[in-house]
Design a protein around this ligand. Structure first.
Ligand code: ADP
Length: 871
């Protein structure tokens, strides 16, 4: 019965112990601990069961471990010394059998107890120990007797004693199972942990009569537990660390994802992935943004994808992805995306296939970088470069790039054209350039380069080059320097401009300037060139002398400070000239600072710059004081002369008029005497004298008549009217009728004009010319032709004859009064006729001249101005 009861617990404990052994690997001690506990439990249960069975039997386990049947309600003395054997002999045989069985059981029990590895003990209800098992004695190395009572307590670790005592005093009175762990000193002084369990043994009334306890060495268990705890802690630490790592990894992943998204956004790079086996496509947020599509999981729809690219773009990307999968070739494409809103974006699409674990391609990863801004900037840059290139070409600008460190000088095509070199022959470099520069300019050009490299100046210089065909050209070179962090010039990029034409123009301009300056300086006139502020720019030497300015340098001096007394009207005229007018003065009196007066004539006109704007004014002046004085003198002389002429003419007129009378008397007397002597006998001497008197009188009369005619031409008012020159000619012919008839002359006249003239004088003019043409005839009868032709501002008349003609040396002289080419015997005359003609023509503001060939005839011409409407 006892074992039957105990067995399940024991089995359970064994099972538990076995399980425990597996865990801690120290099976023996724990197995025994489990066994001991099972035994104690079994005893406790057996006692409880006996009581429950009717209290008809009691068995006590004394100090020696014997079990004796006891009467109900008889307490067992636990120390074994004072116990009594109250026996009820109902069936002695049965009792003896039972007793033997019990004894045998007790022996087995005792043997079991003592074979337990636990330290077994027993004590009384008050805690005094009355039994310590041999294990206890062996463990502590102290005899049992020395430890009974409370002696065993000394073996407890000092630190555990109080706790052990408190647990006892708290639990023991209530009969609670005593279950505590404390350390017990071993015989070698080492303390080991024991688990102490004690169960109360009660009498029939339930009073505690004894305690049975075991101490199980759990040091190894605790060590194992400690190790386990340590392992646990380590595991926990590891788990914690791993968890921490995982959290960190998760955070890092989230951070990395966020960073990736931000990086994609910042870099305008979207990404996508194609799962090859399923064909599923995933786009990043940025790629949706670049394509102008709304964000979502996965990729674009088929419609979106086909609308996004043109046929060419789709074909390119499809082909590239296929090559990436099939041939594992990475690709890079530039594509133009059309967004749903109609805008376009340029992207660089790159992609690469990824292998799966089986070594086959299972994914394609790609990126699309939005390079629209770059593309636009590049296109703009290309356009700008094109414009620069066009401008450079148009301006014949050569571009060069000099890498100073490596001495590599790169020229563009225009440079080679400028220098007349062939790019295949001319290797470039500084030394090569040097050979092309004019020897006289190399030092100056290199000095500028040196200063530019030292950062002392910008590179901007002019030098000449000598082309292979010996042509010299002027080059202007400018450059931009590229400086490294230390301030050294690493590179220069510059331009060469052919300024030969410009230089030639400058030189020509300079030569013109110099010429102009020389011209002005030495001009035999007073010339000054002023700016708009009326400051002198150039003056002629004559200006200085005319205005008595000596050697004074007038450059930049104000005209008004040089001549402070200029009339206000002149200053106003200067302003008008600066506004574009041309001003001229008459003869102006100008009072100098010293009070002297000069006469001036001036002209001022603006001069203009190349752009047409007025740059200032030019003065051309003449100091006409001397001329003016001369004119005044002349005027006075003229007046005097006119007066004397008038007087003379008056005198001539009066004299010739007054001479007529006595002359007529003399002539009349001579003629009377001739008549009287004609009736008398001839006296040759007397008759010759009278004839001389009459002839002289006649000639004198003619002479006086001509002189009167001559003086009359210059006197009196001019009386001009519209005259028909044809009629005038007819009148003259009438006057000459007799002479014409006598000579058999033929006068032929072309139609003649009407003009404003003095008709009387004009008749005389024609009469004199026709008369001479008849008088100075040759062998043939005179043939006279009169014509007139219109010329600029007047009429030219001609009277042409076929007479004896005149030697050219006398063409001028014959118009002078009294000048004759023939004797009176050859041709009668006074030598006044042509002088009268000249005076008449001059009175009409015309002129007269003759053309003639001796022996062939003469052509007397006169020109008269037209004073009215031509008819
Ligand atoms: P006069 O006829 O009285 O000598 P004029 O003054 O008329 O004086 O002429 C001056 C001179 O000019 C003449 O003496 C003559 O020698 C010459 N002369 C004038 N008319 C002609 C003419 N038609 N043919 C040739 N000689 C002429």
């Amino acid at each position: 019965m006892l074992w039957a009861v105990a067995l399940p617990g024991l089995v359970a404990l064994l099972t538990s112990a076995a399980h425990h052994v597996e865990l801690v690997g120290d099976g023996a001690s724990l197995w025994w601990a489990a066994l001991a506990n099972a035994v104690i439990l079994a005893f406790s249960t057996r006692l409880g069961a006996s009581e429950a069975a009717g209290r008809n039997r009691a068995a006590a386990i004394d100090a020696g471990g014997s079990v004796a049947p006891v009467a109900p309600n008889v307490p067992l003395h636990r120390d074994g010394t004072t116990g009594q054997h109250g026996a009820i002999r109902a069936d002695i045989t049965e009792n003896q059998r039972l007793e033997q069985a019990l004894r045998a059981s007790e022996l087995r029990y005792r043997a079991s107890i003592e074979s337990l590895p636990q330290l077994v003990w027993k004590c009384q209800a008050d805690g005094r120990c009355y039994y310590l098992g041999p294990q206890w004695v062996a463990y502590t190395g102290i005899p049992e007797q020395a430890q009974l009572g409370y002696g065993w307590f000394e073996q407890l670790h000092p630190d555990d004693r109080r706790r052990a005592r408190d647990a006892w005093s708290e639990g023991a009175p209530r009969g609670d199972a005593y279950d505590i762990e404390f350390r017990i000193r071993r015989h070698d002084g080492a303390y080991r942990w024991f688990k102490t369990r004690a169960a109360p043994i009660r009498d029939a009334e339930g009073r505690i009569v004894k305690w049975l306890g075991t101490n199980t060495d759990i040091q190894d268990l605790r060590d194992a537990q400690d190790r386990l705890s340590s392992i646990n802690r380590e595991l926990e630490a590891r788990v914690e660390a791993r968890t921490h790592d995982l959290i960190q990894a998760r955070d890092a992943l989230a951070f990395a994802n966020a960073q990736l998204a931000a990086a994609q956004r910042i870099a305008h790079v979207g990404s996508w992935a194609l799962d090859v086996p399923t064909g599923a496509v995933t786009w990043s947020d940025e790629l949706f943004r670049i394509a102008g599509l709304s964000r979502r999981a996965g990729g674009p729809t088929l419609e979106e994808r086909s609308a996004m690219l043109d046929a060419d773009g789709r074909s390119q990307i499809d082909h590239a992805v296929e090559r990436a999968i099939v041939a594992k070739e990475p690709y890079e494409l530039k594509l133009e995306l059309l967004r749903p809103d109609g805008t376009r974006r340029w992207v660089i699409a790159r992609g690469e296939a990824m292998d799966g674990t089986d070594g086959k391609v299972n994914r394609v990863l790609g990126t699309a970088q939005d390079v629209t801004d770059l593309e636009r900037a590049t296109q703009e840059l290309e356009r700008a470069l094109e414009r620069v290139r066009l401008a450079a070409d148009a301006a014949a600008l050569g571009i060069w790039d000099w890498n100073i460190r490596d001495d590599v000088l790169v020229w563009d095509e225009t440079m080679y054209l400028l220098y007349g070199r062939d790019s295949r022959e001319f290797s470039g470099g500084y030394e090569a350039w040097r050979t092309a520069v004019h020897p006289d300019d190399i030092a100056q050009a290199e000095a500028v380069i040196g200063r530019a490299l030292r950062g002392e100046c910008e590179f901007d210089t002019v030098f000449r080059i000598v082309r292979p065909d010996a042509e010299v050209r002027h080059i202007r070179a400018v450059a931009h320097k590229h400086v490294d962090a230390s301030g050294r010039v690493q590179r220069m990029v510059g331009l060469n401009l052919d300024i030969t034409a410009q230089r030639s123009a400058e030189l020509a301009s300079k030569a013109n300037e110099d010429l102009l300056s020389e011209f002005v300086r030495h001009a035999p006139a007073a010339i000054a060139m002023l700016d708009t502020e009326m400051r002198y720019l150039r003056v002629s030497e004559r200006w200085l002398t005319d205005y008595r300015l000596g050697e004074r340098d007038l450059l930049r001096e104000s005209h008004y400070s040089v001549f402070p007394n200029l009339p206000e009207s002149w200053k106003q005229a200067h302003l008008r000239v600066l506004a574009g007018a041309v001003e001229r003065s008459g003869d102006e009196a100008f009072t100098r600072a010293d009070g002297s007066v000069d006469w001036l004539q001036w002209e001022a006109r603006p001069w203009r710059r190349a752009d047409g704007s007025i740059g200032g004014l030019l003065f051309f002046t003449q100091v006409i004081t001397a001329r003016k004085e001369m004119e005044l003198r002349l005027q006075q002389q003229k007046v005097e002369l006119q007066r004397s002429n008038t007087e003379l003419e008056q005198f001539a007129y009066i004299a010739s008029h007054d001479l007529q009378e006595p002359l007529r008397a003399v002539t009349a007397c001579g003629q009377l005497l001739q008549g009287k002597f004609a009736k008398e006998p001839r006296d040759p001497e007397r008759d010759q004298l009278v004839e001389l008197m009459v002839d002289g009188g006649s000639r004198m009369h003619l002479l006086i008549a001509d002189l009167l005619a001559y003086s009359r031409v210059g006197t009196g008012e001019r009386c001009f009217s519209l005259v028909d020159s044809g009629e005038v000619l007819a009148r003259a012919r009438d006057q000459l009728q007799r002479a014409i008839a006598e000579a058999g002359a033929v006068i032929d006249a072309a139609p003649l004009p009407k003009l404003m003239a003095d008709s009387i004088q004009l008749i005389q003019l024609f009469q004199n010319l026709l008369g001479n043409a008849i008088k100075y005839r040759g062998a043939e009868p005179p043939r006279i032709r009169v014509e007139a032709r219109a010329t600029a501002g007047g009429w030219e008349f001609s009277v042409n004859d076929n007479g004896i003609g005149i030697e050219p040396e006398f063409f001028e002289r014959i118009f002078v009064i009294f000048q004759r080419l023939h004797t009176r015997r050859e041709y009668p005359g006074t030598g006044i006729g042509l002088a009268i003609c000249q005076k008449i023509v001059e009175r009409h503001d015309g002129r007269i001249w003759v053309e003639s060939v001796v022996g062939r005839g003469s052509n007397f011409c006169f020109w008269l101005p037209e004073r009215g409407p031509r008819t």
